[in-house]
Structure formats: structure tokens, C-alpha cells
Write a protein that binds this ligand. Structure first.
Ligand SMILES: [Cu+2]
Length: 310
């Protein structure tokens, strides 16, 4: 009876591992709460963690999920907001939650996950031990191709027909992926409705909107079908590139959209810290745990079946 038992055991273990591990760890980062994280004392004889959340400062990209694992022997929380220094914590000062996220109590050995859908820097702390502090920096995922505000890939120049259906308007921007603080050239082209005859001295307004506000407006005249406007964006976020009063007609417009990204020169570092060694350890621990549990269940079943059969 030994052989079938081992075969069933192995099959179930492998299937469980295949189903369970990718579901939990896809696009994720792990932050470990180490043993003794709840102890604020400074005793050189018995060194306490200098990091309460490991890694303390995590960099991820938008859409990533972070899982905190409590490997300490006491309960902790992961609560967005500002913690306090270790000294202030000993004297009873509390942290201040900002309401962005809150794990509630994470018991010993438990875990909690949160998906970050917005870019930004998020600081957090433990409400029970407010000197336990950490941060997550969520970076925008920057495509390397031009795209509209919904992320659809564009071929520049993008062309459209004006609302009065008299002209073809096109725009190309360089560089093709727009970042803050860089001078962007918008190269504008104007044709007749057939898209073949360049329009000379066509009057228009070049207007940029961002976050619901007009941020730039400039009068232009096409020069043998073309014109160039320059702009430096200071804020990231989706923009509308709008041509207004084309040919002098008040309601004759054409518009395009794209996204401006925060210019983060050290963005290449972003990918190094997302996979911590804690992740690998945890995967292995869970494989062993699941192998053990499935092994016990299967063994019990086989033994039960064996005794009934006799
Ligand atoms: Cu705590």
C-alpha cells in the first residue's frame, strides 16, 4: 500500500503548489515583520530589529500587490499615516493614521495584502507599536511608446477630422513619451478634408488641458501646412491636446489625449527591491506546510480505506 500513497501524495502536493503559489505571489512584493518587532528597547546585549518592516522602504510599480507577513510572536498592524520615533513610542506617543489603508490586527503568523493602484509615496506604521514605520513608493509604469490617455498605442502623427468636417488635423510630439520637466515639441499639421492639400496660414488655438484645467493656450497660424508649439509640463497626469477655433470658426475643434509621466531619473532602481529574500523563504515554507497537510490528509484517507477493506 506504500506506493499508491506516495504517488497520490506527490500529485496532490504538486497540484496544490502549482495552484496556490502563483495566485498569491503574482505581481507581488513581500514585507516581513520580523521577530521582536514589537520590542522598542535598546539593549546591545540582545539586539532588536533596526527594521520593523523588511524592507522598510519598498519601491513598486502601479498595480502591484504588497503582502505583509507577521513573523513576530505578537499582533501588529499596517496602517497608513505617520508613526513616531522609538523614543516617542516608549513615552506613549501615538501615530496618526491618514485613512488610506489599514490592515487591522495581523495576528502572529498571519498576513495581509494590499494592491496599490495609484502612484505616490505611502508611509505606514503599527498602531500598537507606533515606532514601527515603513514606506511604499509606488511608481508609474511608463510605456516606451506613444499612447492615448487610456494607454492605447498611437502612431504619430495622430490624425483626426475637425468637428466641421472641413480639415484634417494631425499632431506628433517629441519625445514621443512625455515626462515632466522636459521641453516637448508638438508638431501640428493641417490639411484639407481629403488629407492631401496642406493648409497655409490656417488660424487656430493650441490648448492643453490637464486635470480638468486649461494649462496652456497659444494662438497659431500654419506655415505651409505645419506649425510647432513647445511646452514643459510640471505635473504628471493625463492631458488633452486640443485645437480650437480652427480656421477662425468658434466651434471648430479637434482633440487628442496622452499621459504626462513624473520624471524620475532613478526609476531603474525600482525593480531591484521588489523581490526580497523573504519571498523565497515564504514560498518554501508554504510548500512544506502544504505538502505536510496534504500528505497527512491523504495518509489518513488511505489508512481508513485499508482498515475498512479488511
Ligand atoms: Cu506592532
Amino acid at each position: 500500500m506504500i506506493l499508491p500513497n506516495i504517488v497520490i501524495y506527490l500529485v496532490i502536493t504538486i497540484v496544490t503548489a502549482m495552484v496556490y503559489i502563483p495566485a498569491v505571489y503574482a505581481d507581488g512584493a513581500i514585507v516581513e515583520i520580523p521577530r521582536n518587532a514589537g520590542d522598542p528597547s535598546f539593549d546591545p546585549q540582545f539586539p532588536r530589529p533596526i527594521e520593523w518592516y523588511i524592507p522598510t522602504n519598498l519601491r513598486i510599480t502601479v498595480g502591484d500587490t504588497v503582502t505583509w507577513i507577521n513573523n513576530d510572536t505578537v499582533t501588529h498592524t499596517v496602517t497608513s499615516g505617520k508613526g513616531v520615533s522609538r523614543y516617542e513610542g516608549i513615552t506613549g506617543k501615538l501615530g496618526v493614521a491618514d485613512g488610506k489603508f489599514d490592515s487591522g490586527l495581523i495576528e502572529r503568523g498571519e498576513r495581509w495584502s494590499y494592491k496599490f493602484d495609484e502612484p505616490g509615496t505611502f508611509t505606514y506604521f503599527c498602531t500598537i507599536h507606533p515606532w514601527m514605520i515603513g514606506s511604499v513608493v509606488v511608481e508609474q509604469r511608463i510605456p516606451d511608446y506613444p499612447h492615448d490617455a487610456n494607454g492605447n498605442r498611437l502612431t504619430l502623427p495622430v490624425m483626426t477630422i475637425t468637428s466641421d468636417r472641413k480639415y484634417h488635423v494631425g499632431v506628433a510630439w517629441a519625445p514621443p513619451v512625455i515626462k515632466t520637466g522636459e521641453s516637448i515639441a508638438f508638431i501640428n499639421d493641417f490639411f484639407d478634408v481629403s488629407g492631401t492639400i496642406k493648409q497655409h496660414l490656417l488660424k487656430y488655438y493650441f490648448v492643453l488641458y490637464q486635470n480638468g484645467k486649461e494649462i496652456y493656450r497659444s494662438l497659431g497660424y500654419s506655415e505651409r501646412g505645419s506649425d510647432v508649439k513647445y511646452f514643459v509640463f510640471s505635473e504628471p497626469g493625463p492631458i488633452i491636446i486640443r485645437f480650437e477655433e480652427i480656421g477662425g470658426s468658434p466651434d471648430n475643434n479637434a482633440e487628442f489625449s496622452t499621459i504626462v509621466y513624473a520624471n524620475d531619473d532613478d526609476s531603474t532602481i525600482a525593480f531591484t527591491s521588489t523581490i526580497s529574500t523573504a519571498k523565497i523563504d515564504t514560498v518554501i515554507i508554504h510548500m512544506i506546510t502544504y505538502a505536510g497537510i496534504t500528505g497527512l490528509v491523504v495518509s489518513a484517507g488511505v489508512i481508513y480505506w485499508w482498515f475498512r477493506r479488511r
